[in-house]
Design a binder for this molecule. Structure first.
Ligand SMILES: *Cc1c(COP(=O)(O)O)cnc(C)c1O
Length: 455
C-alpha cells in the first residue's frame, strides 16, 4: 500500500515548473481540475494493480486531458461519402460570398433590426424577403430557424384547434424525429387522415373538406418513394379544391430547389417557383438542402397568411440570427444573378462530369500508389430525391478490416468520412472541395502507411 502514499499531491503537481505553462494557457482552475481527474484515474489504476506513473508521465497525462477537453467538439470533416446534402455532416457547404457576408456581419454591429432611413427600430425579416419574393414570385416571405420550425409555425398560426387534412401517403417521418403527425399534434391542430397508404384520390379530399377540414397540408415524401399501385391528386387539383372551399393549402416542400434538378440527370423536383405558381398558399422549405445556403426555414406565399405567421408569438422563438440572414441573402443573390451553378458548392458538385471525377480518382490512385478505380454512384441526400443517383468514380481501398480502416480515417485530422461498398472502403471525389484535396491525400497517405506497417 506504500504506493498510494507515493502519489504526488495536487499542490505538488500544481507547483511543478512544467505546470506553469499549462496554467498560462488554460487557467489555474481548469488545470487543477485536470490534475484531480488524472490522480483519480491513477488511484483507480493502482487499485487494479497497475504501476504508479512518474511525475513527468502524470503531467503528460494532465496535458493530454486538457488538450482533449479544450478541443472544440464541432470541427470540420472531409466528406468523401459522395452524399451531397449529408445531414449528419452539416448539409450544404456555403459559397465564398456567403462566408464573406457572415464574416462582415459577425465582426461588428449591423442594422439587423434598425431602419437606417428612419433612425429607429426596423424589421429583421426584411433582409431576405425582397430576394425571396423576387426569386419565387410569392407575395411575401418569412425566414425562421429551420424548416421544421417553419412548418410548426405555419400550423400553429393557421390551424391551432382546427382540422388539418393530410393524405395517408404523406404522413412521413423525415428523420431526426420530425414526423408529420407529431408536428401537427405539437401545433395544436387535429389531424384528419385522408385516403390510404398507397392511394389517395381527389374525392377523398372532397370528403375530408365535407367532414370539416380547415386546412390542406401537403408534404414532400422526402426520403422515401411510393412505387407500384399508387396515386395522389396533383397539386393543381388540390389547390382548386381548397380554394373553391375557401381553405388555405400549405405545402411542406422539404428541400426547396430553385433550379431544375433534371438538368443533372436526376428526377425533377418540384421547384419552389412551381409550387407558388400552382397556387399553394404557403410553401415551406429548408435553406441548407438543395438551396445550398445556411440552416434556415423559409416560408413564402400569400401576404395575409405570412403576416399571420410573423405576428404569432412563436415566430419570436424561431427567428433566425444575423449570421443566418447574411449567409442566406448572399446565397439567394447567386440565384438572382444567375450564377448559382458556378458559385454554390452543392451545384458545383452536381455539375461535375464523369470524366473529371474519373481523372480525379485516378490522380489519387497514382499519388497514393494503392487502390482501384471503380464506377459508382453519388447521392443527393438530405431527404431529397430518394433512389436518385449520379454516376461517379470511386477510389476503392482493400483492407483486412474495412471497418477498422474507416475508423482510422475518422481518426485523421481533419477526420475523413468514407463508406464501405462490397467489403472495400470507397472514397467519392464528388463531395471533396478543391481546397480539401491536399489534406485528404495527406490523411490517406498516413493511414495507408500505418496499414502497411501492420502487415
Ligand atoms: C428536411 C425536411 C424537413 C425538415 O427541415 P429542417 O430544415 O431540417 O428542419 C421538413 N419537411 C420535409 C419534407 C423535409 O424534407
Amino acid at each position: 500500500m506504500s504506493t498510494f502514499r507515493q502519489i504526488p499531491s495536487v499542490d505538488r503537481l500544481l507547483g511543478h515548473p512544467y505546470t506553469e505553462g499549462l496554467i498560462a494557457t488554460y487557467g489555474r482552475e481548469w488545470v487543477t481540475q485536470a490534475i484531480r481527474e488524472v490522480l483519480t484515474d491513477v488511484r483507480d489504476n493502482l487499485q487494479e494493480g497497475q504501476a504508479l506513473p512518474n511525475e513527468t508521465e502524470l503531467l503528460d497525462q494532465v496535458y493530454d486531458k486538457l488538450q482533449t477537453q479544450a478541443k472544440p467538439t464541432l470541427q470540420p470533416v472531409i466528406n468523401a461519402t459522395g452524399v451531397l446534402i449529408h445531414t449528419n455532416l452539416g448539409r450544404a457547404p456555403l459559397s465564398q460570398a456567403a462566408i464573406e457576408a457572415m464574416k462582415v456581419v459577425a465582426a461588428g454591429y449591423s442594422n439587423l433590426e434598425y431602419d437606417l432611413t428612419a433612425g429607429k427600430r426596423g424589421k429583421r425579416d426584411l433582409h431576405a424577403e425582397a430576394y425571396l419574393t423576387r426569386l419565387t414570385g410569392a407575395e411575401a416571405a418569412l425566414v425562421v430557424n429551420n424548416n421544421a420550425g417553419g412548418v410548426l409555425l405555419a400550423l400553429t398560426a393557421l390551424a391551432r384547434r382546427k382540422q388539418v387534412a393530410v393524405s395517408r401517403t404523406q404522413l412521413v417521418e423525415i428523420g431526426g424525429g420530425f414526423r408529420i403527425p407529431d408536428v401537427l399534434r405539437a401545433s395544436g391542430a387535429h389531424l384528419l387522415e385522408v385516403g390510404t397508404t398507397n392511394r389517395t384520390h381527389l374525392r377523398d379530399f372532397q370528403e375530408a373538406i365535407a367532414a370539416g377540414a380547415d386546412l390542406l397540408l401537403l408534404t414532400h415524401h422526402s426520403n422515401f418513394k411510393i412505387i407500384g399501385f399508387a396515386t395522389e391528386p396533383s397539386l393543381a387539383e388540390l389547390v382548386e379544391l381548397a380554394h373553391d372551399a375557401g381553405l388555405p393549402l400549405v405545402f411542406d416542400l422539404g428541400s426547396g430547389a430553385l433550379l431544375d434538378t433534371a438538368k443533372y440527370g436526376l428526377a425533377h423536383e418540384l421547384t419552389v417557383q412551381e409550387a407558388v405558381t400552382a397556387g399553394a398558399d404557403l410553401v415551406c422549405f429548408s435553406g441548407d438542402k438543395l438551396l445550398g445556403g445556411p440552416q434556415a426555414g423559409i416560408i413564402v406565399g400569400k401576404k395575409q397568411l405570412v403576416q399571420k405567421l410573423r405576428r404569432h408569438a412563436l415566430y419570436r422563438a424561431l427567428r433566425p440570427d444575423k449570421l443566418c440572414l447574411s449567409a442566406l441573402s448572399a446565397t439567394l443573390l447567386h440565384y438572382l444573378k444567375g450564377e448559382a451553378e458556378q458559385a454554390i458548392p452543392i451545384y458545383q458538385m452536381l455539375n461535375r462530369s464523369a470524366e473529371s471525377l474519373q481523372a480525379q480518382a485516378q490522380s489519387w490512385q497514382q499519388k497514393l500508389g494503392v487502390g482501384e478505380i471503380l464506377p459508382g454512384y453519388s447521392t443527393v441526400g438530405g431527404g431529397s430525391l430518394p433512389e436518385e443517383t449520379l454516376p461517379t468514380w470511386l477510389l476503392a481501398l482493400e483492407a483486412k478490416s474495412p471497418q477498422k480502416l474507416l475508423a482510422a480515417l475518422r481518426a485523421c485530422q481533419p477526420p475523413i468520412i468514407a463508406r464501405i461498398e462490397n467489403d472495400r472502403v470507397v472514397l467519392d471525389p464528388r463531395t471533396i472541395q478543391p481546397e480539401e484535396e491536399d489534406v485528404l491525400l495527406a490523411g490517406l497517405q498516413s493511414v495507408i502507411r500505418k496499414e502497411d506497417q501492420r502487415k
